[in-house]
Design a protein around this ligand. Structure first.
Ligand code: BG6
Length: 522
């Protein structure tokens, strides 16, 4: 009789992963505007090299960096350093030199028409010399104030609607700084490119563990029936960072935590947790379900939105500055480095279930986690104290997005012995143990998808506007009333008291974050 093996060995998992068939994009060029910035060196080039290593780039492929400074061949060297330093790659590895030889640079000002003409000529010469067939993926990694102008000039210089090949544009965040500016930018970009050419990137969607939220929910039969207000007590989403603003004072002063991570990364996580099953995994179907979630959120009550700013403190055994002492930050700054939000989704699935979001810099550890707390059983058969065991605790499902990626489920188990004593235990799945550690940074998948023209994991204009519509009133209210208490948390702690009070009002506490030793100092 045939039997089904319940345990799947790590080897089986690896073999299955190796058999996944990947799609390889058409020959083409990736043109990165703002290429001298950190993003290109730290994330984009390492990600492109990872794709090359995995055999996922076409042979006829080139990367062109575009920026103002006259970098010449130094650019290529700098990009190689980036791949080595941030890509977890050792010098001399297979394919590295060949990859680096495909990197070029074009210096120009973003408002210089002659520069666009020269760029066009250069790209056409690459088509002839390297067989890139007129396919271009433009990546806007500049400061956001240049986005509209670059897009406009790509249009007027004939690079947006090519006669031969395809043109696509990836636009980095922040996509606008409030509802009005996001609408304006959408209008500007949509006059030049059609929606199916536009890829608004949120790198959280490139993370394996974020995509796994959908797989966990929709590729398994046992969770979906309990994924609703009948069984879920509340949901918490934490995006904690131990780093500060990393020299990005001027950017962060204008952004703050709400704009920097809540309106985008955290709302993406929320939509994956809360959405209904899409009709298919096609871009339109997935985006539609996400937008339904965001537009069902009750307008935020300002008392359900709290903010904080870090003062000096100790992170990873080191004394660090407060936010106001950071380089190029106003010593009286009112910018929030922490935000916590309580919200409700008014639909049949979630009515009455609070969702708590918190994000902050210079917190005690780096950890992005989602916890789903389930309701207690209707009858505590073994008493609230489990007959001498621990206090009976609700089931909690934790999805660890990063670091220490994995999923765990807490449940009560009988303590061995003559009593019916109950204690919480944890069932744990670790990504690294099952699939091995990965050096991917999330951009691999997104760059590949954009080259393939698959927008499933990118934001749609309606989605961007829906999330800005939610947070713009909060930002406006915050801008009118400066907090008198800043700084209100010490670096290296779990944030201000108002964050604890926000969730405490409903009788809950933030779930303790399990911090692996290596993550503490990150
Ligand atoms: C970026 C923010 O979008 O995301 C940064 O601008 C933040 O401030 C970063 O540090 C967090 O990304 P990750 O992948 O490190 O969680």
């Amino acid at each position: 009789m045939a039997t089904t093996e319940l345990r799947i060995s790590p080897e089986d998992v690896k073999q299955a992963a190796a058999q996944v068939k990947e799609r390889i994009p058409e020959p083409g060029l990736v043109v990165i505007f703002g290429a001298s910035g950190d993003l290109t060196k730290r994330k984009l080039l390492p990600a492109l090299f990872h794709l090359e290593q995995a055999g996922l780039l076409p042979e006829q492929f080139r990367i062109v960096g575009v920026a103002r400074r006259n970098l010449g061949s130094a650019f290529r060297e700098d990009m190689k350093e980036g791949v080595l330093e941030f890509g977890g790659v050792k010098d001399g590895v297979d394919k590295l030199e060949e990859f680096v030889s495909k990197v070029d640079y074009h210096a120009m000002n973003f408002d210089d028409d002659a520069g666009y003409d020269q760029l066009k000529t250069l790209l056409e010469s690459f088509d002839r010399d390297y067989g890139t067939r007129g396919n271009r993926l433009f990546y806007l990694a500049t400061a956001p104030e240049y986005f509209a102008d670059i897009v406009h000039r790509l249009g007027t210089h004939g690079m947006a609607k090519p006669e031969v090949g395809t043109a696509r544009v990836i636009i980095e965040k922040p996509f606008g700084h409030d509802l009005e500016s996001a609408r304006e930018l959408n209008d500007d970009v949509n006059t030049v490119f059609s929606e199916n050419q536009i890829f608004r990137i949120d790198h959280y969607l490139g993370k394996e563990t974020v995509q796994n939220v959908l797989v966990f929910r929709f590729a398994n039969g046992i969770f979906e029936p309990i994924w609703n207000r009948n069984f879920v007590d509340h949901v918490q989403i934490t995006a904690a960072e131990s780093i500060g603003i990393e020299g990005r004072g001027p950017f962060y002063e204008k952004a703050g935590a709400l704009r920097d991570v809540v309106q985008n990364h955290m709302m993406e996580l929320l939509s994956f947790i809360a959405m209904d099953p899409p009709a298919s995994f096609a871009a339109e179907a997935v985006r539609r379900e996400k937008i339904k979630v965001w537009t069902s959120i009750k307008p935020l009550n300002i008392f359900d939105c709290v903010r904080g700013q870090y003062g000096p403190g100790i992170v990873g055994n080191q004394m660090v500055k407060g936010y106001r002492e950071e380089d190029r930050v106003d010593p009286d700054s009112h910018t929030e480095t922490y935000a916590a939000i309580r919200l409700e989704i008014e639909n049949w699935r979630w009515a009455g279930v609070p969702f708590y979001l918190r994000a902050g810099k210079r917190l005690a550890a780096r950890a992005t986690e989602i916890t789903i707390q389930f309701k207690q059983p209707p009858l505590l058969l073994f008493g609230a104290n489990g007959q001498g065991g621990c206090e009976i605790q609700p089931n909690i499902l934790t999805m660890r997005i990063q670091p220490d990626e994995g999923i765990s489920l807490r449940f009560g188990a009988k303590v061995p012995g003559p009593q019916m004593a109950v204690c919480p235990v944890v069932m744990d799945f670790s990504y690294a143990q099952a699939f091995g550690a990965s050096s991917a940074n999330g951009y691999e998948r997104l760059l590949l998808d954009a080259m393939l023209g698959d927008a499933t994991l990118f934001a749609h204009r309606d989605g961007v506007e829906a999330t800005w519509a939610l947070y713009t009133p909060v930002l406006e209210a915050w801008a009118k009333k400066y907090p008198q208490t800043f700084p209100n948390y010490a670096a290296g702690t779990w944030g201000p008291q108002c964050g604890d009070e926000l969730i405490g009002r409903d009788g809950h506490t933030w779930q303790a974050i399990r911090v692996p030793a290596r993550a503490k100092a990150e």
